[in-house]
Design a protein. Structure first.
Lengths: 515, 412
């Protein structure tokens, strides 16, 4: 028995009709380590993990999965879980209206001949919660706790299955820094208890901090395996070089702004939570955007960035909204999305799949969705003109799709994002609010998105960029506002901005005292 | 994946030489392939019953009767497919048919005694008002359509009983002709064939060929992707032959072209255009595909929902007129299970249960498949109980087949 490696995947090849997703991939995970897998979107990381966990059953791929020296033939996720391999997906798989305890033992109930043993369920759940450091009662409904805590429930659930190899797909993507730090600490703690983890992440600083080994996958092939604890420290740049196959000299395009008149001004904007109407989600926020200017909005999770943007965009979020909105110096009202669009305001969502695209429709229909009126005469759509418009954006923004009549759902994340951008560029707004425009997009496509943002500014539009990645804001924006607990706590010009400076404002509490 | 500032701009595709690899071309066909599949299924079922019934299925009078018997399903299915694409359902249409039928009959008979055309208009208006009532609850109050129309099913059945009692017979012959009559023989007979029918068939073929050729030419002119010439010609030829055969058979029938066929034909053309070419139609697909994304793109989802139900009510009114005319009387129990026929037609025709996908043409073909099954089994004197069971299986198989197909072609 191979004692050094808990897992070896040898020569894994997985083919989908017309596409080779994995070609002869090799992965060797040592017992008791934290093993990171890096790669651009579409490189094959998730496919590899689906092969490992039996979601793609034995026989649908070539190659061997060797666990503890034995070749495994998983026919489904139950088989892999029986051997202690548990995968936690990026989109959490918890049932929102069940309690934490019920979720932990879902499919694995603590029961006596089909009758639930609630005392055992709750008691064991409480022990698991203590182990993951989650201070919640086991009978709390999952929908009542935040994403960070839900992630911990997922881990508790994995522990209940006596996990030996834990696979985490982008575990911190939706978490704020505090929750991320807690989660990473927990993974380290589990390592000390002997649980091996495989972690897929785009956040290279986290990988640098936590991983013992990093395997890089590119275009469905294993490129290299880096020992992160070797004599020579592995830098983010080093990992990026492996991921993109070339050194990334500059991650942000050069841009010289030409800033014009004020185009949007928000004054004393206050928004209350739609359910808990006494809670202020945005609190007397004021900001301005000029033509040709790229303005950043920084803030931790829950700071109210998206809520501010969506409430400005036709009151798509929140209740009891107050404050004033000025467009080109004139006060305007925009209580519906239609009015906001008519006033030249556009908002590209952070959640493409849920709020941005009709995935079961074509590229061209998605591109035209926000400005169909421009393509129609007396309510009849000019389909040729529509195709021509979409084709134009396909070429201009380099959207990788065979035709504009292909379904948007089949495109990669970066190309889907370009479709969202095309939609709003075609609507020809004066102000574009881009909420996390590069979330879940690989490094190369990010550069293209930045280029598009620069071009929009050069065309005289005001751009407001919301991002959780501070380097991105620093690399792209001319001016950055920091938000904390719904308040604008700071405004920094590009020249003065550093990550530390911004973080200082982002962690200020609402009375302006640094935490 | 370029680190250069210049965005790579590929040269435009030269006309007629698509650079798209074959696999992706077939994938692009995806939406259409399903359509061809359902047409194929209809042809197979027709041929099957043609053989099983020793050629009785396609006798001229049977074909005319097929349309007269099933016009109501096709009319309701047009409205239903729009409701389903938007992600709703309407369980009330059968009851609405009975209710509106009663209204039409009452307005035509003494003491009101309006002329039949006026009664028809009243019926359409009442249908639209019923739709507006349900649309209000769905769109502006936010009650799921399943509940609203389940309530409507009871409410309008009850109201039908109130105004009709049991049966209201004695309707004007001109009204009854809507369902039982055919277009008058304005033109001479060619041999035994009705000239009017032949001319209509020829015009239909010419119109389809002309619009398709023009659409193709326009795509070409804009350097956009067009389907292969061979496929295009084959498709047009198949349509032309299909309509040609139908025309010739109908021209031998006792009356020529049934009036309801004209009504259905006009509705199919008009609603295909509405769904495929207009902003309103596009908004329906957008809402069904992703309601939040549509709303954040500036689509007024409530207004669209409202008008979809108004339209469903209007079409239920049309179906009520056709049904009442065919029965020669308003019957309180009319329209039983009509909602299920219409829903089944939509799903057999490829509409997605989750919304966002579905076509008028598919729903019509779905209705025809059910109609041919009905007629074929009746000619074979199959017990009505078994007919019902067989139709149930066909519905299940059609949707299962569709699902398996999608899964096989599915995303990774």
């Amino acid at each position: 028995m191979d004692t050094e490696h808990i897992l070896e995947m040898r020569g894994i090849t997985k083919t989908f009709p017309g596409v080779k997703a994995l070609a002869d991939v090799t992965l060797a995970v040592r017992r008791g380590e934290i093993h990171a897998i890096c790669g651009e979107n579409g490189a094959g990381k998730s496919t590899l993990m689906k092969v490992l966990s039996g979601i793609y059953p034995h026989g649908t791929y070539e190659g061997d999965i060797v666990l503890d020296g034995e070749v495994q033939e998983f026919r489904g996720i139950r088989d892999s879980e029986r051997r202690g391999v548990v995968i936690i997906h990026q989109e959490l798989a918890l049932s929102p209206y069940l309690s934490i305890a019920e979720n932990i033992f879902l499919g694995n109930e603590r029961a006596e001949r089909g009758v639930m043993d609630w005392n055992r369920t709750n008691a064991e759940a409480a022990r698991l919660l203590a182990r993951v450091g989650l201070a919640e009662r086991p009978d709390t409904r999952v929908s009542d706790i935040g994403v960070g805590k839900q992630q911990l429930v997922e881990i508790a659930k994995a522990l209940s299955k006596e996990v030996r190899l834990l696979i985490l797909d982008e575990p911190t993507a939706a978490l704020n820094d505090e929750d991320s730090a807690h989660l990473l600490g927990l993974i380290r703690g589990l390592r000390d208890e002997g649980i091996t983890s495989i972690i897929i992440s785009h956040k290279l600083n986290e990988i640098e901090a936590i991983a013992d080994t990093t395997t890089i996958i590119r275009d469905g092939q294993t490129i290299e395996s880096l020992d992160m604890r070797g004599s020579e420290p592995v830098t983010e740049e080093r990992i990026i070089r492996g991921m993109v196959g070339r050194p990334l000299d500059h991650r942000f395009p050069d841009h010289t702004p030409s800033i014009g008149e004020e185009v949007l001004r928000i004054e004393d904007w206050t928004v209350h939570h739609p359910v808990d109407q006494t809670r202020k989600v945005v609190d007397r926020a004021s900001l301005t955007v000029h033509r040709g200017e790229i303005v950043g909005l920084a803030g931790l999770m829950g700071a109210g960035r998206t809520e501010l943007a969506m409430s400005v965009f036709g009151r798509s979020y929140g209740t009891r909204i107050s404050g004033r909105l000025y467009k080109d110096g004139q006060e305007i009202t925009a209580t519906t999305v239609q009015q906001a669009i008519a006033h030249g305001i556009a908002y590209a969502t952070e959640d493409r799949k849920r709020f941005g695209l009709n995935l079961i429709d074509t590229v061209q229909h998605n591109v035209s969705a926000a400005a169909l009126g421009k393509l129609a005469r007396r309510g009849v759509v000019d389909r040729e003109a529509e195709s021509t418009v979409a084709e134009g954006y396909r070429q201009e923004l380099n959207i990788k799709t065979p035709t504009v009549t292909a379904l948007v759902g089949k495109l990669s994340g970066g190309n889907q994002q370009k479709v969202v951008l095309s939609k709003w560029i075609y609507a020809d707004p004066d102000v574009l609010i881009l909420d996390e425009p590069t979330r879940g997009i690989d490094v190369g496509a990010k550069y293209e998105i930045y280029t598009i943002i620069n071009r929009l500014a050069d065309a005289g539009k005001g751009v407001l960029v919301i991002s959780s990645e501070l380097p991105e804001l620093l690399g792209v924006c001319d001016r950055i506002y920091a938000l904390s607990q719904g308040r604008v706590t700071g405004e920094v010009a590009r020249a003065d901005a550093t990550q530390e400076h911004l973080m200082h404002f982002m962690t200020m509490d609402k009375d302006g005292i640094a935490r | 994946m370029s680190t250069t500032t210049d965005v790579n701009v590929p040269s435009p595709t030269p006309p007629g030489t698509p650079r798209v690899p074959l696999g992706q071309r077939l994938q692009g066909l995806g939406g259409n392939a399903r359509q061809y599949g359902i047409f194929g299924a209809l042809v197979v079922i027709i041929l099957l019953f043609q053989v099983l019934t020793d050629g009785k299925l396609l006798l001229a009078n049977n074909v005319a009767a097929l349309f007269q018997q099933n016009a109501y399903v096709m009319i309701l299915a047009i409205g239903m497919v729009m409701v389903i694409v938007a992600g709703h359902i309407d369980l009330s249409v059968g009851s609405v048919v009975a209710f509106v039928g009663g209204v039409v009959a009452v307005t035509m008979r003494d003491p009101i005694g309006l002329p039949w055309i006026a009664a028809v208009l009243v019926g359409l208006a009442v249908g639209a008002m019923v739709g507006a009532w349900q649309g209000f609850w769905v769109a502006y109050v936010g009650i799921p359509a399943f509940i609203v129309t389940l309530a409507g099913m009871l409410v309008f059945r009850g109201l039908a009983l109130v105004i009709v009692g049991e049966t209201l017979a004695g309707l004007p012959p001109a009204f009854i002709r809507i369902s039982k009559g055919s277009l008058p023989p304005w033109l001479n007979y060619v041999g035994n064939m009705d000239g009017v029918t032949l001319v209509i068939g020829a015009l239909a073929v010419a119109a389809i060929v002309l619009t398709q050729v023009r659409a193709r030419r326009s795509l070409r002119r804009h350097d956009l992707h067009v389907e292969a010439l061979g496929l295009f010609v084959t498709k047009l030829a198949a349509i032309a032959v299909g309509i040609g055969i139908l025309t010739v058979i109908l021209s031998f029938s006792a009356g020529g072209t049934p009036i309801v066929l004209v009504i259905v034909g006009v509705l199919v053309v008009a609603y295909s255009f509405l769904m495929g070419r207009t902003v309103f139609g596009r908004h329906i697909y957008a809402i069904g595909g992703n309601r939040s994304a549509a709303a954040l793109s500036g689509v007024s989802t409530r207004r669209v929902d409202f008008w979809i139900f108004v339209n469903m009510g209007l079409l239920a009114g049309v179906a009520a007129i056709v049904t009442t005319a065919r029965a020669g009387a308003a019957i309180a129990a009319a329209g039983q299970n009509f909602e299920l026929d219409a829903i089944a037609a939509c799903f057999i025709g490829g509409a997605a249960v989750t919304g966002g996908i579905g076509r008028v043409s598919g729903a019509i073909v779905g209705a025809l498949i059910m109609g041919v099954l009905n007629m074929g089994l009746s000619i074979l004197s199959v017990d009505p109980a078994w007919q019902m069971a067989i139709k149930g299986f066909v519905l299940l198989l059609a949707v299962a087949f569709d699902l398996l197909n999608k899964r096989r072609a599915g995303t990774q």
